[in-house]
Design a protein around this ligand. Structure first.
Ligand code: FES
Length: 580
């Protein structure tokens, strides 16, 4: 990799705050002295912003209070000046209606923190689902030297000697409780044991998918995303990250030097090979568009057709992230994908992706399978289109019962989430295992925020009959830890008058995963009649951030970014105001 010529101290961005002799810089220096720093602590050194998404209400990041000290240690050692900048923590288990409502807010916050303060480079500390894409989106737009420090997965859950996986086993045992197969006491034991250490969800859910994707993009140090959060090697990685970012500032290695069409193809391929979350589609498209890379649903589908799922991880497979780490982690996994990955791509340590995986070995080939023995031959994800979703929809064939891949059945329609909750378990609900459950008003505008409601519940009376999977369709997303025959991200969403708003009880819906199609078998004249009668619902917010959100949020097929943020990075950097 050709590195840029080393910067001189007076070329640092922070020089405008600290290095010049004027009234403003007097204020900056005197106020830095107020915090107990001597001029020799920072003069002529790169200022490294550590964007930390620690919060008392984010269990996935509870170790960040300590980890940030380890990042700082590395920065000091390498001759930088660390400045911790807390940012909104999008805590998946707590934030309502959904963290997705706030992904772009964190992206904006990250970008504006970096723009408005004397940052020469940054370390992004995230991991819980939306924090990863949000921080990276903001940093791409600002385009300063950047390293992502992943939170790392929590340890395996434990339930009476069995391993529990975040999310996946919650849904599983919740269904068993509703079916009357386990007791409240059993359920309590699941609650106590499923999340027993700091770190993000340890299935191949959205968190693990996105941190892995960011490593493949080249924005972390090699191996960073697979290390369990409580492992001492995670602390070491934090320090190494702090050391590296200082050199990156002198070398002026920025996201725009790393991110290419090929690196995004690599990230998509890795997500597919991991059996990763459907959410990665929305996030990677948004990240790519920030980087000026034209990634779209068609590209996901094309890569899915050629990529086997070789990571045997829940929810598609058997194991958990701790097992993945012991089996060799992401570096070993990438070696197994062979020519499906472009190893010539650059990464933030100055090496290529290929150099970073050199010598990596698989220590358990049931966890990380060879391509000759995949978990699923291809189609980790599939993109569907048809008269129900002209702009596209997605499904995860690897995590559904195979007989549903080609299915036709009558719709049972719920007009919104409250309607579904009120009626789904009603004994007189006209539903059979062949029905297709439809949830409307769950998209970016409709819910709002496109929550993870897409693993629609199976009606209780069917659960009692032993049904564990059936075709379900919504314009929502689905937790990466979920599974089942769930068609998601229907675009355009029902709230904006897409054809999905026009489905009625009893309409026959046809899914054909092989043909990549999703249709309602309703005559075109009838669809047109319903369309003419459709009335736009009231907006869900009348004040605050929500109003801005509703005005600018885009649909799922283009990544749900705000229209005004989706500028090319160079244009964004050019908009940096003069700093006085
Ligand atoms: Fe934070 Fe799952 S709840 S990653």
């Amino acid at each position: 990799m050709t590195t840029n010529p080393r910067k001189k101290p007076e070329e640092l961005r922070s020089h405008r705050w600290y290095g010049v002799k004027d009234l403003r810089s007097f204020g900056h220096r005197s106020r830095t002295a107020q915090m107990g720093y001597h001029r020799s602590d920072y003069a002529g050194k790169p200022v490294i912003a550590i964007i930390n998404t620690w919060s008392d209400i984010n269990p996935c990041h509870s170790h960040f209070k300590q980890r940030v000290e380890e990042v700082k240690r590395g920065i000091w050692q390498a001759g930088g000046f660390p400045v911790e900048m807390p940012a909104i923590s999008l805590s998946e288990p707590f934030q309502k209606p959904t963290t997705m409502l706030y992904r772009n807010l964190l992206a904006m916050e990250c970008e504006e923190l970096l723009r408005s303060y004397p940052a020469d480079g940054c370390v992004l500390m995230g991991g819980c689902d939306k924090t990863t894409p949000a921080l990276v989106m903001g940093a791409i737009s600002m385009d300063l030297p950047t390293i992502f420090m992943p939170a790392g997965p929590m340890l395996r859950g434990d339930y009476r000697g069995e391993y529990l996986g975040s999310g996946s086993d919650t849904w599983k045992y919740w269904a068993e409780l509703r079916a009357g197969n386990i007791t409240e006491d059993d359920w309590q034991d699941v609650e106590n044991g499923i999340a027993r250490s700091p770190g993000h969800c340890m299935t191949m859910g959205t968190a693990s998918t996105m941190t892995s994707a960011v490593e493949v993009l080249g924005l972390t140090l090699p191996g960073a995303s697979s290390i369990p959060a409580p492992d001492s090697r995670h602390a070491q990685m934090a320090t190494l990250t702090g050391k590296r970012i200082v050199d990156m500032v002198w070398e002026d290695i920025k996201p725009s030097d790393i991110l290419t069409t090929q690196s995004f193809d690599n990230a998509v391929t890795a997500c597919l090979g991991l059996g990763g979350s459907t959410n990665s589609i929305v996030h990677l498209i948004a990240m790519a568009r920030r980087a000026g890379v034209a990634l779209d649903l068609k590209r996901f589908d094309a890569l899915a057709r050629q990529t086997p799922v070789i990571a045997n991880l829940r929810p598609s497979g058997k194991y958990l992230m701790e097992d993945f780490f012991y089996a060799g982690g992401l570096r070993a996994f990438l070696t197994q994908l062979g020519e499906l990955i472009d190893f010539s791509q650059k990464t933030i340590n100055g090496q290529t992706l290929g150099q970073n995986v050199e010598g990596a070995k698989v220590f358990n080939d049931d966890v990380i399978r060879p391509r000759s023995k995949p978990l699923v031959e291809s189609d980790g994800l599939a993109v569907l289109t048809g008269n129900l979703a002209p702009g596209g929809a997605v499904i995860k064939p690897a995590a559904m019962e195979a007989h549903l891949r080609k299915h036709k059945g009558p719709a049972v329609v719920f007009k919104d989430y409250n309607d579904m909750n009120a009626r789904i378990d009603a004994p007189d609900l006209a539903v059979t295992k062949d029905s297709v459950i439809v949830l409307q008003s769950a998209g970016p505008q409709g819910a709002p925020g496109m929550p993870e409601w897409g693993q629609l519940p199976i009606p209780q009376k069917l659960l009692k009959e032993g049904v564990r999977d059936m075709l379900r369709i919504s314009d929502a997303r689905m937790s990466g830890t979920s599974y089942g025959a769930c068609v998601l991200h229907v675009t355009p969403e029902s709230h904006v008058g897409g054809p999905f708003a026009l489905v009625r009880d009893g309409d026959i819906i046809e899914l054909d995963v092989e043909a990549r199609s999703i249709n309602m078998l309703v005559p075109a004249e009838e669809i047109a009649r319903r369309q003419a009668a459709w009335q736009a619902p009231q907006p869900k917010f009348t004040r605050g951030f929500g109003v801005m959100y509703l005005k600018h949020i885009q649909q799922a097929d283009t990544g749900c970014d705000f229209d005004f943020l989706e500028t090319e990075k160079k244009a964004a950097a050019g908009e940096e105001p003069e700093i006085h």
